[in-house]
Design a protein around this ligand. Structure first.
Ligand SMILES: *Cc1c(COP(=O)(O)O)cnc(C)c1O
Length: 374
């Protein structure tokens, strides 16, 4: 069976270095807020071309802390609205709701799967304080008009960059496009820790200081608590693992692009709709806006395709089977209709795409898909 993602194999490539880090941390006897974290934060800020990178416990906390910090800084307050794509992973919404802010769901573009930027303006009200763009499946969601719109209405732009670490828009790294960005290093993300981890990036000094403080019990100095904070820290051992894996992220992302290039040019089956990268040039070197965290196709009879692939030794996953507005957690949104989001959720299927997939496996996936019929 070709696994959707083989985490054992991915991390085995770096096992010697990872084991050395683990040994170093154990030997040091220092497990939180030490040199491993400081080094990783410095490397990660440089990688994203930003002033500040702050390690936190996970991706959801990264987004939660950004919004919480804006509230403390007086930039947002309870009941303010944050625009967010309706088809995102639910964590984007949870970060908003958890801060007693209101998620305002906006439909995606059916082709890019990303927030439809043309629909944003009509959702802006006097309570709107931010737009959370999600670079879904690894493709950057950005335009010059978006930053102009944010300026015009004095809105913050927060990037949910859990899925697009290392992507580049017009020479600018994702994670440095907006006012602040949240990253997840959940093991299956492109930069995966060996457990939970996350980070915030920003060029805003005040925001960075506030997030650091909030992630450490609202305290800058031990036992002096200025704010009602959380405990959300990135462990030394995970920071060390991430420093190892950061060295290989660009090469891994490039390999993903090569697989995507093959899928885009070699899968030819009218029953399977391929993704449309916004930059339609399929030349990988120019196609930096998408780094293919996921390769998502659409099909009308998804169950049949998924079963057929399993029968042929290929595992696939659905991202995501149910949109946030249809979850019990968001009862208040259960009766709002998002037709494009619904179509996407009914049709999407993610093919294996990972840095350890072999050329033969990619060929097998392509020929299998090309042979598929109902
Ligand atoms: C993974 C993910 C998150 C949450 O990250 P965790 O580290 O799992 O908390 C948030 N948003 C998106 C789009 C994600 O894919």
């Amino acid at each position: 069976m070709i696994k959707f993602l083989d985490l054992q194999k991915i991390n085995a490539q770096y096992a010697a270095e990872l084991k050395q880090v683990a040994a170093d941390v154990i030997d040091s006897g220092w497990f939180l807020m030490g040199n491993q974290l400081a080094n990783f934060e410095k490397q990660f800020a440089a990688f994203n071309n930003v002033k500040h990178a702050i390690g936190v416990a996970n991706g959801l906390d990264a987004l939660r802390l950004i919004l919480k910090a804006y509230i403390d800084l007086g930039i947002m307050r309870e009941d303010d609205e944050v625009i967010v794509p309706a088809n995102t992973y639910i964590a984007s919404l949870l970060a908003i709701s958890d801060n007693r802010l209101v998620p305002v769901l906006v439909e995606p573009n059916e082709k890019s799967f990303n927030l439809d930027l043309d629909l944003i303006e009509k959702h802006i009200t006097p309570k709107t304080k931010a737009i959370m763009v999600v670079h879904l499946y690894g493709q950057i969601c950005w335009s010059e008009q978006l930053s102009e719109l944010a300026k015009k209405y004095n809105l913050k732009i927060i990037e949910d960059n859990a899925q697009a670490i290392g992507a580049v828009w017009n020479g600018i790294k994702s994670g440095s496009l907006g006012d602040a960005a949240g990253f997840s290093f959940y093991p299956s993300k492109n930069l995966g820790a060996l457990g939970d981890a996350g980070a915030v990036t920003t060029n805003d000094d005040a925001l960075a200081t506030q997030i650091r403080t909030l992630g450490n019990y609202g305290s800058k100095q031990k036992y002096i608590n200025e704010y009602k904070g959380l405990n959300s820290r990135l462990d030394e051992i995970q920071a060390g693992f991430l420093s190892v894996k950061l060295k290989y992220i660009d090469a891994e992302n490039q390999y993903r692009r090569q697989i995507a290039e093959r899928y885009l040019t070699e899968i030819k089956n009218p029953l399977i709709q391929l993704p449309f990268p916004v930059n339609t040039s399929y030349i990988i070197a120019e196609n930096q806006e998408h780094l293919w965290h996921l390769f998502v196709v659409r099909t009308n009879n998804r169950e049949a395709l998924q079963n057929y692939l399993v029968d042929n030794g290929i595992q696939t996953i659905i991202h995501y089977p149910t949109p946030p507005n249809k979850q019990l957690a968001y009862k208040e949104l259960n009766n709002v209709d998002y037709p494009i989001t619904n179509i996407i959720h009914d049709q999407v299927l993610s093919l294996p795409i990972s840095p350890t997939l072999t050329n033969e496996e990619v060929s097998h996936i392509i020929t299998t898909l090309n042979r598929y019929h109902l």
